[in-house]
Write a protein that binds this ligand. Structure first.
Ligand code: SAH
Ligand code: DHB
Ligand code: MG
Length: 225
């Protein structure tokens, strides 16, 4: 399928407009991004407006237990943890020990460190262990790690969910790559399969939202029946 041209300047202006109006300045998050960059982490955290969205969704859902797959420097982790009550808990899964070190510092500095446990290892393995251990279900799950793993993560996360659990998936539009019958890379193929799965899964009600971050990406919101 031939892709249509996109007015990227207009998209950027809209993104900036939303951010300036709705996202308060945040010293802890600005320092988070600076330290992540200084440590050589890729600049792939959620955009500020999307961060605001996941924070508000977690608050609306009244979440006490949150699971995140893909920590990076703890930017989205900080926003999700801030939505928790004082006795809440966030478990975040990260493959890279180096990323986990940066995230730990950032979370402690942001004042949410005591709510957050970082589990280092491949997320698929960690999730298997959590299921085998009969770990208490989570109220909200944010899937944001390797895109080829999303379908497997969804099946695992459903075993750590209850009726009403909110499942969010990041990077699901990839500037339209998912429109192609044969997506151009395995990451686009992975999220395209994820989209089809959450759209039709008998245990889920789902929607996919476009998200602006320079280009057009997307995030899904699913509720477990
Ligand atoms: N949620 C973060 C961004 C995560 S980026 C934010 O918005 O701030 C994706 C992260 O997933 C990276 O840190 C990468 O190291 C990690 N990752 C990639 N493959 C993984 C795997 N198989 N298991 C666990 N983490 C993985
Ligand atoms: C990219 C962005 C992400 O949010 C992510 O989780 C992984 C990769 C990217 O832009 O490459
Ligand atoms: Mg992402």
């Amino acid at each position: 399928m031939a892709m249509q041209p996109v007015n990227e300047d207009l998209l950027q202006q809209i993104e900036d407009y939303i951010e300036h109006l709705f996202v308060p300045p945040d010293a802890a998050l600005e320092q988070n991004l600076k330290d992540a960059e200084a440590a050589g982490l890729p600049a792939i955290a959620v955009a500020p407006d999307q961060g605001r969205l996941i924070y508000i969704l977690a608050k609306i859902a009244g979440t006490k237990r949150i699971l995140e797959i893909g920590t990076l420097g703890g930017y989205s982790t900080t926003l999700l943890a801030r939505a928790l009550p004082q006795n809440g808990k966030l478990v975040t899964l990260e493959m890279s020990p180096a990323h986990a070190v940066v995230a730990r510092k950032n979370l402690d500095r942001a004042g949410v460190g005591e709510l957050v446990e970082i589990r280092v290892g491949r997320a698929g393995d960690t999730l298997d262990k959590m299921i085998a251990a009969g770990e208490e279900p989570f109220d909200l799950v944010f899937i944001d790690a390797d895109k080829t793993g999303y379908v497997g993560y969804l099946h695992q996360v459903l075993q750590l969910s209850h009726s009403g659990t909110v499942i969010l998936g990041d990077n699901l539009i990839r500037h339209g790559d998912i429109l192609q019958a044969n997506p151009p890379d395995e990451m686009a193929a992975g999220v395209k399969a994820f989209n089809a799965l959450i759209a039709t899964h008998p245990r889920l009600e789902s929607i996919l939202l476009p998200i602006l971050k320079g280009k057009v990406d997307g995030m899904s919101i699913s509720r477990v029946k």
